[in-house]
Design a protein around this ligand. Structure first.
Ligand code: FAD
Length: 117
């Protein structure tokens, strides 16, 4: 367990950023293999996330909200809902999931360019 609140928060911010960006870049029409890969990633994330308390809670969220992998939109919305469930538990403000498509860019110029069009 990471005792230090600052480290836990930095880890959380970095992890959410990676997770939401990955979901924002997930294929719009994923293959079965890509869907399986995302699902595995999320369950392994829940096993290996290096803050024990967070990982335990995340595994409960995976039971309550099974990962949605049918499309980029479904996956991104799922990520937003799960992050909001953590926000609620930590008494942080809710995020408006309607705006999520505008927020996460990958830094890969062509992809972001396509997205803005
Ligand atoms: P963060 O929650 O880190 O969010 C970063 C930014 O993401 C926000 O500023 C906002 O711009 C955006 N954002 C906010 N909500 C959403 C959303 N719903 N969808 C998309 N974008 C959004 N900490 C604990 O103390 N206890 C825990 O049990 C715990 N569990 C966690 C489980 C997981 C899987 C992860 C990744 C982190 C967990 N954390 C936990 C860390 C916690 O969620 C925060 O990351 C940390 O407290 C820092 O919070 P923050 O206010 O900087 O914003």
């Amino acid at each position: 367990k990471l005792g230090n609140e600052t480290i836990k928060q930095e880890l959380g911010r970095a992890s959410w950023k990676l997770l939401h960006t990955m979901l924002a870049r997930f294929p719009e029409k994923p293959t079965l293999d890509e869907r399986e890969a995302l699902k595995s990633y999320l369950y392994l994330f829940g096993r290996l996330y290096p803050c024990g308390e967070c990982a335990t809670h995340f595994r409960l969220l995976l039971q309550k909200y099974p990962p949605q992998t049918s499309s980029r939109d479904a996956a991104s919305q799922w990520g937003c809902v799960v992050h909001n469930a953590v926000n609620e538990r930590l008494r942080k403000p809710m995020f408006d999931c309607g705006t999520i498509a505008d927020k996460y860019h990958c830094g890969c110029a062509e992809e972001d360019e396509k997205k803005r069009k």
